[in-house]
Design a binder for this molecule. Structure first.
Ligand code: ADP
Ligand code: MG
Length: 237
């Protein structure tokens, strides 16, 4: 018991340090980004004009790596709330639909039903967005991502997020979620690692099923609100 406490304390210190360093690094990065944007749009130098968007893109990617890494190491206790699942899913669909449409991917959902889950809403949204973005990026020439209720038990509800993208081999499937595992030229390989942790920390589960060249189904299991979770009928209303 004691050992665990000490370990957690150290993790907390490491997390705070990482957060502080990330913050310090981000400030000058913001300055650099602004300067490049300014120079790129005002210069008459063709080379600078041509390359400045790439510089900005790379800076944004660096920033995303810091954000993803931070959500991994920051010991951030999830704030569980009683939330209408369907509403969260609809919000996430509206948030990701524009990215879908520029990639020719339609996002659809079956009726979910009126289920209350006991989760951390911002964290669940972040995780779902990572899952859906991956689905969009796996679809090469247009397709669909479909969300539907997969299974309901006394304690849990499982939602499927299914894409008809390029799918994964068994080897690829095994590596998903490992730090820095990516098959994309501009991937960070941190999205699923972060997502697994977010979902796990709120008592949920994530499973992947995939058929190469056919598509992928992500099964997301979330805890329903029960009496013992203390969140029934005294919810936020
Ligand atoms: P990134 O998106 O930056 O590559 P992720 O951790 O989000 O990092 O995903 C890791 C890898 O898992 C991806 O590069 C991709 O190869 C694979 N992957 C994730 N989701 C899917 C999916 N829906 N279909 C096919 N491959 C996927
Ligand atoms: Mg990703």
């Amino acid at each position: 018991q004691l050992k665990e406490t000490v370990y957690l304390d150290k993790l907390a210190v490491a997390g705070q340090m990482a957060a502080a360093i990330a913050h310090e690094v981000r400030n000058p990065m913001t300055t650099i980004r602004g300067m490049i944007q300014f120079l790129g749009s005002t210069t008459t130098d063709e080379k600078l004009k041509e390359h400045s968007p790439l510089l900005i893109e790379e800076l944004d990617r660096t920033n995303k790596i810091i954000t993803d890494y931070l959500s991994m190491v920051k010991p951030d206790v999830p704030k569980l709330e009683r939330v209408e699942l369907e509403k969260v899913l609809m919000d996430v669909i509206s948030l990701t639909a524009p990215y879908g449409s520029i990639n020719n991917v339609e996002l659809t959902a079956s009726e979910i039903g009126s289920y209350k889950v006991c989760i951390d809403e911002p964290k669940l949204k972040q995780g779902l967005m990572n899952i859906i973005k991956n689905g969009i990026e796996a679809i090469e020439e247009g397709g669909t991502i479909h969300l539907y209720p997969y299974k309901v038990t006394k304690r849990n509800i499982t939602i499927a997020i299914e894409d008809n993208g390029k799918g994964m081999t068994e080897e690829e499937l095994e590596q998903i979620g490992l730090p820095f595992y990516t098959t994309k030229a501009k991937g960070t390989g941190l999205g699923m690692m972060v997502t697994y942790k977010l979902i796990q920390d709120m008592g949920g589960k994530l499973r992947y099923e995939s058929v190469l060249n056919e598509g992928t189904r992500v099964l997301l299991t979330l805890p329903l609100c029960t009496k013992s979770s203390g969140l029934v009928d005294e919810g936020v209303e």
